[in-house]
Write a new protein. Sequence first.
Length: 834
Amino acid sequence: MDAIGKHNVSVAVGASAIAYCYFGGRTSFALVGVVLYDMFYSNYVFKSSSPTSANFVVEPEPVEKKKHKCCGGKGGSGCCSNKKDANDKAKKSCKCGHKKNTKESKTVPLSTGFTNKITLEKSIGDITNSTKDNSFPIAVDFTQSFKPKKTKGKKKDTSKKVIISKLPSKNSSEEDVSASQPIAVIDPSTVKSAMTVSTDKLINSQIYIFYSSLQGASLRVANRVKDNLSNKVQDLKYTPIVIHLDEIDDLDDFFVNLPSSENNQINSLYILVIPSYDTDCPLDYFLQTLQENFYDWRINKFPLTKLSGYTVLGLGDKESWPEKFCYQAKKVDHWLSKLGGRRIYPVGEICMKTEGDSKVDEWSDLLSECLKDDNPIVYQYEQSDDEDSDEENSEAEDEDLQDVEDIVKNGKVINDTDIKQMVSKNSPTFKQLKKQGYHIVGSHSGVKICRWTKSDLRGTGSCYKQSLFNITSSRCMELTPSLACSSKCVFCWRHGTNPVSKTWRWEVDEPEYILENALKGHYAMIKQMRGVPGVVAERFQKAFKVGHCALSLVGEPIMYPYINRFVELLHEKEITSFLVCNAQHPEPLENLGKVTQLYVSIDAPTKDELRKVDRPLFKDFWERMLQCLDILNTKQHHQRTVFRLTLVKGFNMGDISAYADLVQRGSPCFIEVKGATFSGTSKSGSNPLTMQNIPFYEECTNFVKEFAKELQRRGLDYDLAAEHAHSNCILLAHKKFQINGEWYTHIDFAKFFELLNSGKDFTHMDYMAKTPEWALFGNGGFAPGNTRVYRKGKNKQKKQDDSSQVDTNMETTIKPGNDITDKMITTNEVKAAV
Ligand SMILES: Cc1cc2nc3c(=O)[nH]c(=O)nc-3n(C[C@H](O)[C@H](O)[C@H](O)COP(=O)(O)O)c2cc1C
Ligand code: SF4
C-alpha cells in the first residue's frame, strides 16, 4: 500500500469514529460507506491515470547491477556485510539479504493459507529482497523444512515405539478395545495416509506364513499357527499357505512384487515365523536382501504398502542367548516396516526352551482376534523413521567402503561388530556338514573324500577326470575354500543348508592355514581307509602325497578373497589346481592367476532356464555369466578352459543352439557334458529333482552328438573326444587338441610345473598329453587297472557284457570277496605311508 492509500485509511477511520460518536447507529455506517466508496474510487482513478500503471507501462532504464557473490549468510572476508556503514558499524545483513551468522526461527504466514515454521537463514533474505524489487509472488523454498534432519553422531533411540493404532470406528467405544488390541488410539492427522490405512477386512486376505528353519522348530510352529488360525477364524476366506523362505527362488516375488492373484483383487497378509541364530544362517541372507531392497534406488522404497499387513513371530532361547533373544525376528520386523509393511500385530518373542507351544498358541489366539476385528488398522508413520533411515543409509555406505582387507589381520577379525563365521563349530550347518562326511577347516573351508577317491584306492574304478584329463583319483583332494555360494542350484548336493551370499561377509582364514589343515584332514580321512577291504597297497601309499586339488566340492571357491595365493601355495607343493566357478563373479575371474585347468559351469543356455536351474542370488546373473565368458575369451584365454554342462532333464536340455551361442562367445578349450547325478530329494524340498530328471547315458550322448553338429555347422571346430560312460560324462574338445588325427586332452603335469617354475608365459597348448585309447569317445573310459563292481543283483547281464572293459594290465587289486590276502596292506605299510 502506498502513502496515499495509507492516508485515506487514516481519514476514513477518523471520520467513522467521529460520526459514530456524534450520530451513532445507522447514520454513521452510511457515512463510513460513502467515505470508503470515495477512497476506492479516487485510488482507482489515481492509479489508472498514473504513467507507471499497467495501462501505460514505461520500461525503467536498465541499470547494470554490480555482481554480488552471495555468502549465504555465513559472513566472512568476502561478505559485503563486513563493510562498515557511515557510522563505522558493521552491517547486520549483507546485500543478498542474508542475516549475518544469525539463525532465526519465525512463524511466517504463507500466501497459501498454511502457517509454517521455517528457518529463515535463506528465506527472510529472499523475502526482503523480493519486497524491495516489488516482484511477487514471494519465492519461499519451504521444502527444506520437511527434509528429515541428519542425525549423524546422534545416538539412535532404540526404545520401542508403539506404531500400531486402531482408528476409532463410528460405533466403537474405548471399552470395545479388547486385550488383543493393546494399542492407543492416535490422532489420524499425524498419519501419512498414503501408506497406511487398510480398508479391507484382514480375513479376506490370502495369508502366507513364511518360516526359516535349521532344526525344524520354525516349520512346526508355522504349521501350528496355520492350524490355530484356521480353527479360530471361521470366516477366513483362503486357507493360509506355509512357505519356506529358503525355497523361494527369487525373494523379490514376495518382498518387492506381491504374489499375483486373480486380477490382483486378493490382498496378501504375511506372517513370518523367524528363529534367531548368532551363527551364520540362511536368515542372514534374507535380512541382507530386505536391507538391500530398502536402499536400492531402482526399487520402489515402500513395496510392501500393498500388503494388507504383516506380523512376525520370533522363536529363540532366552536362557542361552539373553542378550540376543529373538534378535533376528526383531530385525525382520524392522525391515518389513521400513519397506512400507503395516504391522498388524506386535512381534511375538517366544523362548522355545522355557515357553514353547503354549506361548505359540497364546500369540496366535490373540492374532486371530486381531484378524477378526474389521476396524481399519493404521500404521503410524513416524518422522524419526526417516531420521533412522538416513543414519542407516550413511552407515550402509560406510560398510560398503569397508574392504575385506579391513576385517582380516593375520586371519583374525579386527572389526568384529557384526561379522560372523561362515560355519562356526556350534552351528547346525557345521553338524550337518560333519554328518555328510565333510572335514571343516577353519570357519569356511571344507574337504571331503569323494567316492571316486575311495573307489580308486580299492581299484574299482576312478573318476571321469582320470579318463578325460589324466587325474589320479586316489591322489586327488576335493576342497573348497568357500562353503558358501551365490547360487542355489537345483542339482546341488548341499540341499540348501550351506550359507548363501552374493559377497564375502564373513571372517577370513589365511590360505596357509587352510591348506595345511585341509591336507591334514584329507590324510586323516585316507588313513581311515586302511581297514577297508580291497584297498590297493601302492595306491594307498601314494595317496599320502596329494597330487591334485579339485577346487569345487560345494560352494563357490572364487569368492574366497585369497584364492590366488591359495592356488600359488598348491603349486608350490606341486599340487595341480582344477578350479570350478559358477560364472557369477567376473571380477575375481578376471584377476585370477594361472591355474592348471579353469572350469566355468554353464548350467543353462538361456536366461530363463538359468534362473530356474541355478536359482542365482544376483539379479544380473545372466549379464554376469556373459561377462565371465568374455573374460575367458580374452584375459584368461591362455588358461586351459572348460565349460561344464550338467544336464537335467526337463530343465536345461532343450536349446542346443543357445548353448552353441555361449561356446562361440567363451571359446573354451573343452566342453564337459555330464548328466546330473541324483542326490536325493531334500526333506525341505529345496532340491526339487527326482529320478525323472536324471538323463540316461544314451540321452546324454545324443545331446552331445547334436551339439557337436551344431558347433561344426557354425564353423566352430569342436568334436567328440573322450568319455567316462560310468558317470554319464562326455568330452567335446576343440580340434586344436587333435594332432595328426589323435586327441591330446590329457595333461602333462610335469610339464605344467616346469613351465610354471620357468616364470615364462605359456598357454594351454604347451602342456597337453595324448589321450589313451581306452578313454576315447566310444571306448567307455573305464581306466585300466580297475575292476568294475556291480551292486548285488543289479545288471548281472551287464557285468558279462562289460568284462571286456577290465584291462589285463591291472595293478594289484583286491576285489570284494577275492582272497588275494598276500596283497592286503600290513600295519607297517600303513605306518610307513602315514
Ligand atoms: C547355534 C545356535 C545359535 C542360536 N542363537 C540364538 C540367538 O542368538 N538368539 C536366540 O534367541 N536364540 C538362539 N538360538 C535358539 C534358536 O533360535 C531356537 O532354538 C529356535 O527355536 C530354532 O529354530 P529352528 O529349529 O527352526 O531352526 C540358537 C540356537 C543354536 C543351535
Ligand atoms: S555352484 Fe556348485 S556349490 Fe554352488 S549351488 Fe551350484 S552346484 Fe552347488
